[in-house]
Design a protein around this ligand. Structure first.
Ligand SMILES: [Zn+2]
Length: 159
């Protein structure tokens, strides 16, 4: 883990701790390790990925603890949900002040690419303001084919 990640993790923990205290929730070592696990994972992890990684750090972490902690991490702004219309939700750590992201999803291997799309944020805001509405959420999803798919009609699959 780089010094930079370490620093972000410290700040994330500090804001998560404050969030929990403000909600009268217990600040536990398990929650700290779940946060660490989220920072260890590449973007677009599932609850099960988080469980697996958290258990490597602390084998007492249960599935129920993960499912109770995810909404807290989400509400406190530490992570965001990346809903690509699959059965299982994906999550990603908010690593810096993030631009609006559009998701491009491969039709074959389901790999998710995220690209900055700040104009989308502007567009959503503009069209809503014209209707005198406030934007709550918006998303842009593009379904596409990986380069490998175009060549071989099949993507390399994990495992
Ligand atoms: Zn693919």
């Amino acid at each position: 883990m780089s010094a930079k990640t370490d620093d972000r993790l410290t700040r994330a923990w500090e804001s998560f701790r404050k969030f929990m205290l403000s909600k009268d929730l217990r600040v536990t070592g398990q929650r700290r390790r779940i946060l660490n696990a989220a920072f260890d994972l590449p973007d677009h992890f599932t609850a099960e990925d988080l469980l697996e990684r958290a258990r490597q750090l602390d084998e007492s972490v249960s599935r129920a603890t993960i499912y109770r902690s995810l909404p807290l991490l989400y509400e406190s702004g530490i992570i965001r949900e990346v809903d690509v219309g699959h059965e299982s939700k994906f999550y990603a750590v908010n690593r810096r002040s993030e631009n609006f992201k559009a998701q491009v999803i491969c039709v074959d291997c389901d790999k998710i690419f995220e690209v900055d799309a700040p104009f989308m944020e502007w567009y959503g805001k503009t069209v809503s303001e014209n209707l005198d509405l406030d934007v709550k959420t918006q998303r842009l999803q593009v379904h596409a084919e990986c380069p490998e798919y175009r060549e071989k009609f099949q993507c390399p699959k994990d495992s």
